[in-house]
Write a new protein. Structure first.
Length: 149
């Protein structure tokens, strides 16, 4: 739902034209534009809604400080639009609320749980052993303090 934009492009002829997709629509942009600038120029506001209260937001500082420009770029949520230059064929979409985490593989889950139970002593051999189905349990170290008095 593009709205009338108050942003107007300056006449610059030296940059190459590219085509990106904004909310599924093809849009001609110029090389060097940021994804956030494209959304503003197209009047695609708001560019996101917040995760908790669904408050509408839009790019503000355009220099990587405020993080109000988070959007979905090429399928990657929480991309910082003002710091992302456009590429040919880029897909830029609004981000609506919180994104769900993708399901991790069984290896990732095992690695995480084993790491915490072994005080982060998991090494590359442990990871390879897990991938091969071998148990990598490590006995906790015992610390013996001798009484020298
Ligand atoms: S607009 Fe502020 S960080 Fe992108």
């Amino acid at each position: 739902m593009p709205t009338d934009s108050s942003f107007k492009r300056l006449a610059i002829q030296s940059r190459k034209n590219l085509r990106v997709w904004v909310e599924g629509r093809p849009v001609e942009v110029m090389e060097g534009d940021s994804a956030a600038a494209v959304m503003l120029a197209q009047g695609e506001l708001p560019t996101r809604t917040t995760a908790v209260s669904a408050t509408p937001r839009a790019p503000y500082c355009m220099m990587g400080v405020c993080f109000e420009c988070l959007m979905e770029i090429d399928g990657v949520a929480n991309s910082q639009g003002c710091m992302t230059p456009v590429r040919e064929g880029m897909r830029i979409n609004r981000q609506q609320g919180a994104k769900t985490l993708k399901e991790t593989s069984a290896l990732d889950k095992n690695s995480t749980s084993n790491k915490s139970s072994k005080n982060n002593t998991l090494n590359n051999n442990d990871i390879l052993n897990e991938a091969n189905g071998q148990d990598t349990a490590i006995e906790p170290k015992r610390t013996v303090v001798e009484d020298t008095l």
